[in-house]
Design a protein around this ligand. Sequence first.
Ligand SMILES: [Zn+2]
Ligand SMILES: [Zn+2]
Length: 305
Amino acid sequence: MKTRCSFCDDHAIYVLKSRKIRLCKKHFIDYVRTEVENTIYRFEMLKNVKKLLIAVSGGKDSVTMLHILHQVCKELNIEMLGLVIDTGIGEFSRRQVDVAITLFKMFKIDYRVESFSSYGIDILRPDLERKVRRPPCSICGIAKRYIMNKVAIEENCQAIATGHNMIDIAQYAIANILTGNVEYLRKLLPKTEEGPKMARRIRPLYFIDEKETKLYVETLRLPYVSETCPLAHKRDTMQDTVRMFVRELEDKHPGSIRHFVEKLSNKIINMLPMEEDRYSTCKICGMPSKGEICSFCKIRMALRE
Ligand SMILES: [Zn+2]
Ligand SMILES: [Zn+2]
C-alpha cells in the first residue's frame, strides 16, 4: 500500500517526521520553497539589496538555493550575479564549474568564474600544509570567503548568499562550543551585518536539512555534483565526528537540530557579549582585516616563501 500525502491524494515521497506530515512531490517542493522564503523574510535577508551575489559550488545545497532565489529575486526585482570558484582540485572542480555554468545559463543569470590558481593558490601542493600551517580545508574556506567578498565589492553586490544548510550550521556551532571558541558563534547567524568593504552574508537554507536539498534537486531533476570533495575523504577530524553526531541526533530525535539552530539564531547568540568590530584594513590588499595583514594575504605570502 502506498503512503498518501497529508494534503492531497498523491503518493508521498517524503516524511517530515518533526511535524508528522507526509508530502507528495508537489507539496514537498512547496514546503522547501516556503521554508526558504520565510527564512529570507523573517531575517530581512534581502532588505536594501539591489544586487545579490550567489555563490554556487554545484552541490545539492547551492543548486537548491539558486533555484529558489532566482524566483524570489525576480519577484523582488533584485539583480543577481552568479559566482563559481574553481578550487583547482582536478576533475572534481571542473565538474563543479561545469554544473554551475550550466545552471547560470539555464536561469539566464550573469556570472563570474574565479580560480584559486589566479591568486597563486595551489591547494594540491604537497608542501601546502607545512608552509601555511593550516589544513587544506581551512585554507580553502579562507580563500573562498575572501574571493566571494572581493567579487561582491567589485560588482556592487550588497549581499552574498551561500548554501549552508541546517546540519552545517549545527556542526560548526557545536564544534566551536567544544573547542571553546564561542565568539565564533556570532558568525553563524542567518544574516551577518555589512561593513566598509564587507558585503552582508546570508544563509537562506538555515532551517533546511541536507536530506531535503538532495531530494529537492533530484525531484526537479536539476543537474548537481553529487561527489564530495576528494580532499575531505582523507581526513578524520573532530568536525567529521561532530557531523555524524548531528546527523544521528536529528534522525533519532526529529526536529532536535532544527530546534537547536532556532535557539542559536535568536537566543544563544544574543546571550554572548557583543564583539567589538575592530576591523582595520589589510596593508597588502586593502580589504578588511582583524590584524595588519589579512589571513588570505598571509596564506599567499607563506606560499611564496
Ligand atoms: Zn500532496
Ligand atoms: Zn589582504
